[in-house]
Design a protein around this ligand. Structure first.
Ligand SMILES: NC(=O)C1=CN([C@@H]2O[C@H](COP(=O)(O)OP(=O)(O)OC[C@H]3O[C@@H](n4cnc5c(N)ncnc54)[C@H](O)[C@@H]3O)[C@@H](O)[C@H]2O)C=CC1
Ligand SMILES: O=C(O)[C@H]1O[C@H](OP(=O)(O)OP(=O)(O)OC[C@H]2O[C@@H](n3ccc(=O)[nH]c3=O)[C@H](O)[C@@H]2O)[C@H](O)[C@@H](O)[C@@H]1O
Length: 468
């Protein structure tokens, strides 16, 4: 059979993954027409404006370079599907909120609706690529949906091509990925589809970095990668508690451990806990999968990674209260950083949310500042998207325009996100405007502890016991 040439790509889902991934494909493959579609009109309007819906360093330049040429954003899902020869499904796969598996299993409703739509509107054969993170063997149910709803003569090949980009470095990660993983059925048709997707990536990714495996291995590798990354953070955070109790220093421990070439130095930074839309969701998904496969010990093992993360967030919040002489009622506490990590405006599962809620439950007055998160998003997070009434907490929360404003008069300054600008604040000036004793809680081990102490601050850092 002649090799399949990809001329038109459709991406269903214009979110944190679909948007940057397919914008980079458009940039690197000028001969391919890329249309990114979404049901959310406001999101598509933003992609077509000067104010993109997500903040990601380098993304503006990529979009501006190709938009209107071979990169299009649209709500006309059906048209883009019908015209494409390859379709990325990049919709959200959140944790199920109700029904069987609630709280653990992935909600595959968006994925299944998108798949059904592909079958219903396609009048020619297509390659359908799972880009979303999904439980192992999801491609099988996609195939069943496609085959049951397709028109005569339309054939679908399903590939798994999980995405490994991290927010804040998405463009860099997409330009030079550690690997691109493609899973396919090991049939002639499956392998041909795999080659077609490889030909897209090989426009800029070296061939040795494009890995081809079976479908189920590909699906499981994505869950495994996130689980093992999160496990490293929970391990280092568990050790940070031991450091605080013994006087060891977690940065020194992590440095020493990471020097072992079998271990590596990356992803060993202790913190207030991991956030983001995926780590917790994907581990819970793995826990559910393990339980469904009657592997309770395996489920228990992975569940502990999430439990340790919850413990770390609680432990940090408790430490603030305990240090402020066991009460923060009526005290002003500044939280610096609301995004789940620096260089993104994404707040999904951000540790700042649970920490702020903890302070509010102790009746503190909380001031907040983040350079990228909007005030309306912070209110959505604080009210759990409208599930908790805003009125009772409103008098106790102030969202500020600058870190300095948030810190003014604060009895404690709590750094939750590692934004670079927090390193270069005028800490002397901030100190002058704080009541005594003035406390800084560094939940990211990012500030110059000695310099702050010299100014007069009492500094409490994750993973540092400060025992003589
Ligand atoms: N956010 C991240 O950094 C990463 C996410 N992933 C995975 O990628 C997937 C997508 O994640 P995000 O982009 O963060 O989600 P997102 O929520 O930002 O975007 C998903 C988009 O899909 C749209 N959508 C849902 N159903 C649709 C349908 N039937 N037709 C058209 N549009 C539809 C939604 O309106 C939304 O805009 C998830 O499975 C996630 O686990 C994987 C790697 C990194
Ligand atoms: O599937 C996904 O969604 C993505 O999840 C993570 O990417 P992301 O969540 O965007 O960001 P990370 O850099 O992994 O950080 C996650 C959380 O862990 C925290 N973290 C990270 C590293 C570290 O050493 N310590 C630490 O506390 C971060 O502050 C953040 O809250 C993975 O790194 C990506 O490979 C994956 O594609």
């Amino acid at each position: 059979m002649a090799p399949i040439t990809v001329k038109k790509i459709c991406c269903i889902g214009a979110g944190y993954v679909g948007g940057p991934t397919c914008a980079v494909i458009a940039l690197k493959c000028p001969n391919i027409i890329v249309t990114i579609v979404d049901l959310n009109q406001a999101r598509i309007d933003a992609w077509n404006s000067d104010n993109l819906p997500i903040y990601e360093p380098g993304l503006d330049e990529v979009v501006k370079a190709r938009r209107g040429k071979n990169l299009f954003f649209s709500t006309d899902v059906d048209k883009a599907i019908a015209e494409a020869d390859l379709i990325f499904v990049s919709v959200n796969t959140p944790t199920k909120k109700s029904g069987i598996g609630a709280g653990f299993a992935a909600d595959l409703n968006y994925l299944q609706l998108a798949t059904r739509r592909i079958a219903e509107v396609s009048t020619s054969s297509k390659i359908v690529v799972e880009k979303s993170t999904v439980p192992c063997r999801t491609a099988e149910s996609m195939r069943t949906i496609l085959e049951a709803n397709s028109k005569p003569g339309c054939h679908f090949q399903i590939l798994s091509n999980p995405e490994f980009l991290a927010e804040g470095t998405a463009i860099q990660d997409l330009f030079a990925p550690d690997r691109v993983l493609i899973g396919s059925l090991q049939t002639d048709e499956g392998l041909d589809a795999c080659k077609a997707l490889m030909s897209v990536y090989s426009n800029w990714v070296p061939t040795e970095r494009i890995l081809t495996v079976g479908l189920w291995s590909s699906e499981l590798s994505k869950l495994a990668a996130n689980a093992m990354l999160a496990q490293r953070i929970s391990s280092v955070n568990a050790l940070s508690a031991i450091c605080e109790a013994t006087g060891a220093n977690i940065d020194e421990v992590a440095f020493a451990v990471g020097k072992d070439s079998r271990m590596g130095s990356k992803f060993l930074k202790a913190s207030v806990g991991f956030g983001g839309s995926c780590f917790q969701k994907d581990i819970l998904n793995l826990v559910y999968l393990s339980e469904s496969l009657h592997l309770p010990e395996v489920a228990k093992y992975w569940r502990a990674v999430v439990e340790m993360n919850e413990y770390q967030k609680d432990r940090f919040a408790h430490k603030v209260v305990e240090t402020l002489f066991n009460t923060i009622t009526g005290k002003k506490i500044a939280i610096l950083g609301w995004a789940f990590k620096k260089d993104t405006g994404d707040t999904r599962e951000s540790p700042s949310i649970s920490i702020a809620n903890h302070f509010l439950s102790e009746k503190a007055r909380v001031t907040l500042y983040d350079p990228q998160v909007t005030e309306s998003q912070i209110w959505l997070d604080l009210t759990n998207y409208g599930e908790v009434p805003a009125e009772p907490i409103k008098p106790h929360v102030t969202i500020c325009e600058s870190a300095e404003e948030a810190c003014k008069g604060a009895e404690a300054i709590v750094v939750c996100t590692e934004w670079d600008e927090f390193k270069t604040l005028d800490w002397e000036k901030i100190y002058k405007n704080c009541p005594r004793p003035a406390f800084v809680f560094d939940g990211r081990l990012m500030l110059d502890r000695k310099a702050l102490q010299k100014i007069g601050f009492s500094v409490v850092t994750i993973g540092s016991g400060d025992r003589p």
